[in-house]
Design a protein around this ligand. Structure first.
Ligand SMILES: [Zn+2]
Length: 286
């Protein structure tokens, strides 16, 4: 999957450090990220030195006195985000690309880093003011948290838990209604306040396809920063009738597929695709 890096894991513990010229910067504008793409679809992100020069030349604005915020370390490099809507680069080999489109590229670690930085950027952007009293917040120096200097409100990064569900005997696959993503997917949905992940599984399957399930087994999880999610993957068995009653607001179609004839290949990126492949191989947890 996307987060399985060849040289170890993303080091995401908070550090209060300042940018150096060679550090890497994720610049966000609207729904896009500033990248340079080569002829092999490998991506490069700009450095602090480059972004500093472009920001000065083209008057990029940022939110507070700190233009760069440290986010994490990956493969021996420090990553920062530009703390504002980014402007035009001077080097025209760089261009803004849709964050969701980056999953197709050759540089999986850049895609994962960009999506994770995007998640943090969205949280920092949404946390500039205290939601309780409206005062401008300040950065905490010891942990990843925004603090209100007026009322003491502490704002931590927001992660939305959600589930993806593989229902068997045959495998239940669906396609979303009214979305850009048109490939086969597993049943999915956000965990509501007051319920367990297992209850989310039961509720989402009932809401979207009208089926009862049992024997719910946890498989793996995946961070999905571009939507602010932590996806938790479950397998489960059908309990009773297999007649699908489709929620047409959510899904365009849903159907049963036999283990030896599944219409989706593993792309090495998403938990959904891995779960479909593992089911095809008969290796899902029992
Ligand atoms: Zn406050």
């Amino acid at each position: 999957m996307l987060q399985d890096l060849p040289f170890g894991r993303l080091e995401n513990e908070f550090k209060n450090i300042h940018p150096e010229a060679h550090d890497i910067v994720v610049c966000v504008r609207d729904n896009s990220i500033l990248v340079k793409r080569d002829e092999n679809d490998a991506l490069t992100l700009p450095t602090v030195a480059q972004v500093g020069e472009w920001a000065y030349a083209n008057s990029w604005e940022h939110w507070n006195e700190e233009a760069f915020q440290y986010v994490f370390r990956m493969q021996d490099e420090n990553y920062f985000i530009w703390m504002g809507e980014a402007g035009e680069p001077v080097d025209t080999a760089f261009a803004y690309e849709q964050a969701r489109g980056l999953r197709q590229v050759a540089s999986k670690h850049i895609c994962y880093g960009a999506m994770t930085a995007w998640h943090l950027f969205s949280w920092y952007r949404a946390s500039r003011y205290c939601g309780r009293c409206g005062t401008m917040t300040v950065h905490d120096e010891k942990e990843r948290m925004m603090r209100c200097p007026n009322c003491g409100n502490m704002i931590f990064p927001r992660i939305s838990p959600s589930v993806i569900v593989a229902v068997s005997d045959s495998l239940l696959l669906s396609k979303y209604a009214n979305r850009a993503y048109t490939r086969y997917a597993l049943i999915a949905g956000f965990t509501e306040i007051g319920e367990t992940a297992e209850q989310t599984v039961e509720r989402e399957v009932m809401e979207e396809v009208g089926l009862k399930v049992k024997n719910i087994r946890y498989y793996k999880s995946q961070p999905w920063g571009v939507d602010g999610n932590l996806l938790m993957g479950f397998y489960c068995d059908l309990d009773g009738e297999d007649t699908i009653e489709l929620d047409r607001d959510e899904l365009a179609m849903a159907d049963w597929f036999p283990r030896n004839d599944l219409p989706a290949k593993d792309d090495g990126i998403s938990l959904t695709r891995e779960m479909i492949r593992v089911f095809g191989e008969g290796r899902e947890p029992r």
